[in-house]
Design a protein around this ligand. Structure first.
Ligand code: NAD
Length: 439
């Protein structure tokens, strides 16, 4: 099969590379010529474990190509994947302009009948709209069939998830298209659910909304635990043994971020509203998350009163470990707030610093060295549970910081570990710890 993939972001690039790895000839198209230039040389434009090796391997074996020219990329393709962004509009709805532009690009450049597969997360009804848009604008008397194939990879483990996911969802209007796509995906050796298009679109939003609900639920329980003197980790452990609940996504913290959960929950609320349905449950999930992102600020202020002139070490910028993606990271909320309150911020991240520099308009220091971040700090705030932050010897806080006060937004350390250290420690949904020395 000759496959074209439009968009080489987290989803498009990983999809294209994985499809080439299982034997298809793939050409990835992106409007950004700089990205294409780098990728053509085997240099990944995003950080994902295992991606670089697969890009280079498949370029070398002649199955993976990159171009910024739609005409070249779409020429001779049997199947075209759309994997462009669907960011949030101001009103919370999904911005479909990139998908629509991709559709126009397809219509202008295909020279034979193709199957168009929408991987981007799009509201119910979008696949039909895109099919109609393409078929209305084709120039060579050709037409397309459409398929919804939502993506479930997680940034930070995108390559692993693509080869070891839980399921592949294929929504089509006819059995033949579903069979062709199932055949393309067969080497992934995963359960394949063939369904109608609207259900496929809805599966993606419902899955993300449910996971976000689980996170906000445990965060709400965490806040209650703090008031009632319970430990949310023990509570989550006890809940997770119940197979109807399961242990995953029950980790309390400063809320979800990333390019998917925030925008997809908002889009589903909008989608429901358009169907005259008030999605009150999901609205609460979003509200809990928004409040959760600022929880540590309250804890910091109640500990210090004022942070003016205090040196704050912010540990982690990415929205989660193993990615350089900052989209909707709690860091984007926390850091400007700390700066506004007068703190001197030094931000540490092992790989997201260069992306962060493009995002922050406030003046802060950056470092890729964890110890440098801690040096002479009055307090540390953990935003991302990077492995080196989790595995740090807690004595490093006391050794480097002016005062070893740690606000942990990811519950990185067991309370047993903390109690044996000199760290004054505040986390989420668990008792705080003040060592004898700083009492
Ligand atoms: P992204 O913003 O990282 O990448 C989009 C890419 O598309 C960019 O490189 C951009 O230059 C390119 N592009 C835009 N318009 C184009 C056009 N007309 N022709 C060619 N290239 C074009 O986006 P992403 O994070 O990969 O997300 C893509 C879609 O997948 C979104 O709908 C998102 O919701 C969904 N999704 C994302 C994830 C994730 O973890 N990032 C997971 C599942 C689903």
């Amino acid at each position: 099969m000759k496959i074209a993939v439009i968009g080489t972001g987290y989803v498009g690039l990983v999809t294209g590379v994985a499809l080439s790895e299982i034997g298809h000839t793939v050409i990835c198209i992106d409007v950004d010529p700089e990205k294409v230039e780098k990728l053509s040389q085997g240099i990944p434009t995003i950080y994902e474990p295992g991606l670089k090796e697969l890009i280079q391997k498949n370029i070398n074996n002649g199955r993976l190509f990159f171009t910024s020219e739609h005409r070249r990329g779409l020429e001779g393709a049997d199947v075209v994947y759309i994997a462009v962004g669907t960011p949030q509009r101001r009103d919370g709805s999904a911005n479909l302009s990139y998908v629509e532009q991709a559709a126009v690009d397809i219509a202008a450049n295909i020279t034979r009948n193709v199957i168009v597969v929408i991987k981007s997360t799009v509201p119910v009804g979008t696949n039909f709209h895109i099919k109609e848009l393409i078929n209305r604008n084709t120039v060579n008397g050709v037409h397309v069939r459409i398929a919804s194939n939502p993506e479930f990879l997680r940034e930070g483990s995108a390559v692993h998830d693509t080869f070891h996911g839980d399921r592949i969802v294929i929504g089509t209007e006819d059995g033949e298209t579903a069979d062709i796509l199932a055949e393309i995906n067969k080497p992934f050796d995963m359960p394949i659910l063939k369904t109608d298009i609207s259900s496929a679109e809805m599966i993606k939003y419902s899955s993300n909304a449910f996971l976000a609900t689980k996170i906000s639920f445990i965060n709400e329980i965490a806040n209650l635990c703090e008031s009632l003197g319970a430990n949310v980790e023990e509570v989550a452990k006890g809940m997770g043994f119940d197979h109807r609940i399961g242990p995953d996504f029950l980790k309390a913290g400063i809320g979800y971020g990333g390019s998917c959960f925030p925008k997809d929950t908002n889009a589903l609320v909008q989608l429901a509203g358009n169907a005259d349905h008030e999605f009150n449950l999901l609205k609460s999930v979003i509200e809990v998350n928004n409040n959760q992102q600022l929880l540590l600020i309250d804890k910091i202020l109640s500990r210090f009163g004022s942070v003016r002139g205090k040196r704050a070490a912010v540990l982690g910028l990415a929205f989660k470990p193993n990615t350089d993606d900052l989209r909707e990271s709690p860091a984007l909320v926390m850091i400007p707030k700390l700066v506004k309150l007068g703190a001197d911020v030094i931000a540490y991240d092992p790989i997201a610093v260069s992306n962060a520099k493009k995002q922050f308009s406030v003046e802060i220091e950056y470092t890729e060295d964890l110890n440098e971040a801690l040096q002479d700090a009055d307090f540390a705030v953990i935003i991302t549970d990077w492995a080196d932050v989790k595995n740090i010897d807690l004595s490093a806080f006391a050794a480097a910081m002016r005062t070893p006060v740690v606000f942990d937004g990811r519950n990185c350390y067991s309370l047993d570990r903390v109690r044996k250290s000199e760290v004054e420690y505040y986390s989420i949904g668990r008792p705080s710890h003040t060592p004898e020395l700083t009492k």
